[in-house]
Design a protein around this ligand. Sequence first.
Ligand code: NAP
Ligand code: MG
Length: 486
Amino acid sequence: MSTEETRTRIVWDYAPAPESPDHVRLRDSYGLFIGGEFRDPLDGRRIHTINPATEEPIAEVAFAGEADLRAAIEAARVAQPRWAALSGLERGKYLFRVARLIQERARELAIVESMDGGKPVRESRDVDIPLAAAHFFHYAGWADKLSYGVGGRDVAPLGVAAQIVPWNFPLLMAAWKLAPALACGNAAVLKPAETTPLTALLLAEIFQEAELPPGVVGIVPGDGATGAALVRQPDIDKVAFTGSTVVGKDIQAALAGRGIPLTLELGGKSANVVFEDAALDQAVEGIVNGIFFNQGHVCCAGSRLLIQESVADAVTGKLWARMGRLRVGDPLDKNTDVGAINSRDQLERIEQLVSAGEEEGAMRRTVACELPARGYWFAPTLFTEVAPAHRIAVEEIFGPVVSVMTFRTQAEAIAKANASPYGLAAGIWTDKGAKAFEVASALQAGVVWQNTYNQFDPSAAFGGYKESGFGREGGPAGLRPYLRIS
Ligand code: NAP
Ligand code: MG
């Protein structure tokens, strides 16, 4: 065997590199955050939030009932006029303070995010938490420049915003909702997702530490019924929702005729389009990031991989080889690439859609890896020979599963990418700038990434078309949904 061969055959073992949760200061039990303090529920109940990697309980959390929601909205209603009457500069100072406190407690927040939701700590540490702080910094900067953000028009806050976020980026989605709402002078009542309430409750502690005026933010954990009750409260002025399309439609129906402005950030089945002139190795890294980041629990995941026929075998071969090197397991291990599936329900949904893919005739390959005995896990999976009508090509799987289809011409790539009820994001991989611009402008997607994927920045607007929703979050565009503009 030549030296060259020996070298390439060496397999490096990783030693365990677990992040220690020792310094995390979690309480045994959390109340509802209403009027600036943690309160026992009036008519709610208490549940245990669990760690999906171990199925062990982490802490007890109060869920809000009807009377609790009314109390949170009432507290917000009382606080809002005084909050709006502060100068933008003053409101901005509070937001700066919140951003800095998120940074100070970043390590703790990252660990709790990974314990409660199952995502690799490398991602919570490097993506979720820094971006959450960045969102508060960004909107702190807008608080005294609101009119400039909307073309010099006169602006006023809407009042009390009801906000609902999902479990895939719990703290980050809370930051996306709260930072612009507060910058614009609104108060907010936010419902975190049933399976991941903890970082929103730590954020409530941060609001206390920042001495945010009581009532400006309420945090009311709960389940789907709590969310449904929240948007049906009579005394709200705005609803902002991130979650599935089916719930988004239900909320839209509930608000019909009430004159309450609504923003919806919903699901997606985003196309990642690889042309034959792309840098293929770079594209493979982008494909992996696009679909295996956060176990594929990403609304804009590049779950439909469209590859030009001439390079399809080469790309899927490289992708499959790369997938074999992904490390699946303990979310708190700093070397982990793919963590735990967020909940048993979500795992079942992934398994069901993957079975449908096999039954409908697509070819499935799942990485062989040892999965922990307890917890919810799904190994990275690749489907080839996928037809556009297969369920795995149409429905959002929201897991570490990529469906590969091919195309011959640019026109066919555009047609296939757009053949979806969703329109959230897309990726284009090509060496030709002109082609990238031409294809990007023909794609019906809120965000199009070129030769990269899953890049987020608080200054860039994010949002969808078609059944992926409406309204934008991020940047000056993200101010509009929280302002009355005249
Ligand atoms: P979901 O079931 O729609 O839940 C989202 C949030 O709404 C959760 O807090 C949920 O509470 C609550 N909820 C459930 N039923 C409700 C109802 N009838 N009325 C009001 N609120 C209700 O979605 P998910 O499964 O948690 O999240 C995954 C979905 O979110 C995916 O489709 C994904 O694409 C989408 N998503 C979109 C974006 C984006 O920016 N476009 C970002 C992230 C995720 P419970 O958790 O207690 O059920
Ligand atoms: Mg949990």
